[in-house]
Write a new protein. Structure first.
Length: 388
C-alpha cells in the first residue's frame, strides 16, 4: 500500500539524501531512507514514482497572500478561493493563509465566512490553513496601499472579537503602538493566535513592549513600518535584532532591495525570516491596468502600484521569492527553503504537522528539476499538479 518516491534528492531539514526514498501512506510521510528502497517496500507499494534524481522539496507555505489569477479572498467567494489554491500548487505552495485587508466590518465578516467555509483541504489545490487578518487595526500613517478610511483602532471590542471569533484565524496583524490595541494583543496571545506588528509607526521601545506582550511576527519587514534610523531604530531595528520576532519578507527585489534582504539574513539567519508573496489578484496575469480594491493599479514587470506609484502588494509567487532570496542572501536552496516551509509552519504553530520532509508529517512536497521547473506537487499524499 501507499506511494513510494525513490531515486530522489530528498531535502530534509538536517541533510540532503541523495539518492533517497520516501514512503507515503494515506496523507502522511511514514518512512524516509538513504540509497535505494528496501526490496520489500518496492514490491509492496501500490504506486511508485521514479524521481529521476530530481530535487524533492518540502511544500512551500505562504502565510501572507491576498489572491492570484484575477481572484482575491476579499471577493468572499468559494470559487475564487479554489482558483487561488489551484494556482498555488503550480508554484510548489501546498498550504497558505488567506489574507484580508482593512475594510468595513460587514465586508470583513463576509470574507471570513467564505474562508471559514472553505477552510481545510481544497480540491486539487493547496490546503487553506486559515485566515490572516492584515488590519484593520493599523496606523493610518503607514497605510501603504490599504484603504485609509477603513483603518481604525480596536476600540469596539465587540467588533474585534467577532473578527477573531472563528478558530481558523491564525494571524492578526496590527499597530502595537496604540494602547487601544493592547487588549486585543493579549486576547489573541491567550487564544494561540500569532500577533504580527504591521503597518505600524512603533518606536523600538514600543516594539520591546509589544514583544513582551507576545507579538512574534513582523508583517512584510521594511515595508509599511518605521524604518531603521541610528537615533530611532524603529520596527525594522527590532526585526533586525530581536530573536522573538520572525520577519516576513517580500523577496521580489521591488519591495526590498536585494542588499536589504542580505542584511536581514546576515543579522537573523533564515530562522528569523519568513518569505511571503503578499500577492494580489494580478499575480499570474499579464502586465496591464487592473482594478484592485476598487482602485486602478498598473502592473509592469512584476511591480504592482497605484497610479501615484505606491506599491500595492505584489505580483510575486513564493517559488520566485525563494529563488530571489537565495540569490540575494547568497544561501543555498536547502537553507533558503526553510524560510518558505519550516519557519512559516513554526510561525503559526503547525510545525508538528507541516513544513518539512520528516516521518509523521503530512506528505506536502514538490519535485523540481535542474532548471527550476516544478514537475509535480503533492498535497497531503495526493498529486494535485503535474507539469504538462
Ligand atoms: Zn498584505
Amino acid at each position: 500500500m501507499g506511494t513510494l518516491i525513490w531515486n530522489a534528492q530528498i531535502y530534509t531539514p538536517a541533510e540532503i539524501l541523495s539518492p533517497g526514498w520516501l514512503l507515503i501512506e494515506n496523507r502522511t510521510i511514514t518512512r524516509i531512507g538513504r540509497g535505494q528502497p528496501p526490496p520489500a517496500e518496492l514490491e509492496n507499494t501500490h504506486e511508485k514514482l521514479d524521481a529521476a534524481h530530481h530535487r524533492l522539496l518540502p511544500g512551500l507555505i505562504d502565510l501572507h497572500i491576498h489572491g492570484a489569477m484575477g481572484f482575491e479572498f476579499m471577493d468572499a467567494d468559494l470559487h475564487a478561493i479554489e482558483e487561488i489554491a489551484q494556482f498555488l500548487v503550480q508554484h510548489g505552495v501546498t498550504a497558505f493563509l488567506a489574507t484580508t485587508w482593512a475594510a468595513p466590518h460587514a465586508t470583513l465578516l463576509k470574507a471570513l465566512d467564505a474562508i471559514g467555509n472553505a477552510y481545510g483541504r481544497i480540491r486539487n489545490g493547496a490546503t487553506l490553513l486559515g485566515a490572516y487578518l492584515e488590519g484593520p487595526y493599523m496606523n493610518p500613517n503607514r497605510a501603504g496601499a490599504q484603504a485609509i478610511q477603513f483603518i481604525r483602532q480596536a476600540t469596539n471590542h465587540e467588533e474585534a472579537l467577532s473578527l477573531i471569533h472563528h478558530e481558523m484565524v491564525k494571524v492578526v496583524s496590527l499597530a502595537p503602538e496604540f494602547p487601544e490595541n493592547f487588549w486585543l494583543i493579549d486576547t489573541c496571545v491567550s487564544r494561540g493566535i500569532t500577533v504580527a506588528a504591521g503597518h505600524t509607526s512603533a518606536t523600538y521601545e514600543q516594539m520591546q513592549v509589544a514583544v513582551a506582550r507576545g507579538v512574534r511576527l513582523l508583517t512584510h519587514c521594511f515595508n509599511a513600518m518605521s524604518p531603521f534610523h541610528h537615533r530611532e531604530p524603529g520596527v525594522v531595528g527590532a526585526g533586525m535584532t530581536m530573536p522573538e520576532l520572525r520577519c516576513e519578507l517580500i523577496a521580489d527585489n521591488v519591495h526590498v532591495h536585494p542588499l536589504a534582504q542580505r542584511i536581514l539574513y546576515q543579522l537573523r539567519g533564515c530562522e528569523g525570516i519568513v518569505l511571503v508573496s503578499d500577492s494580489t489578484r494580478v499575480t499570474g496575469l499579464p502586465d496591464g491596468q487592473y482594478i484592485l480594491d476598487n482602485r486602478p493599479v498598473q502592473v509592469k514587470q512584476g511591480k504592482v502600484a497605484l497610479l501615484d506609484g505606491t506599491l500595492a502588494g505584489s505580483g510575486l509567487t513564493l517559488e520566485q521569492a525563494l529563488k530571489n532570496f537565495a540569490k540575494a542572501a547568497g544561501v543555498p536552496l536547502e537553507e533558503a527553503i526553510l524560510s518558505a516551509s519550516l519557519y512559516p509552519a513554526r510561525a503559526i504553530g503547525i510545525a508538528h504537522q507541516k513544513g518539512s520532509l520528516e516521518p509523521g508529517k503530512d506528505a506536502d512536497l514538490f519535485l523540481m528539476d535542474e532548471d527550476g521547473n516544478i514537475l509535480f506537487t503533492m498535497v497531503e499524499g495526493k498529486i494535485v499538479y503535474r507539469r504538462s
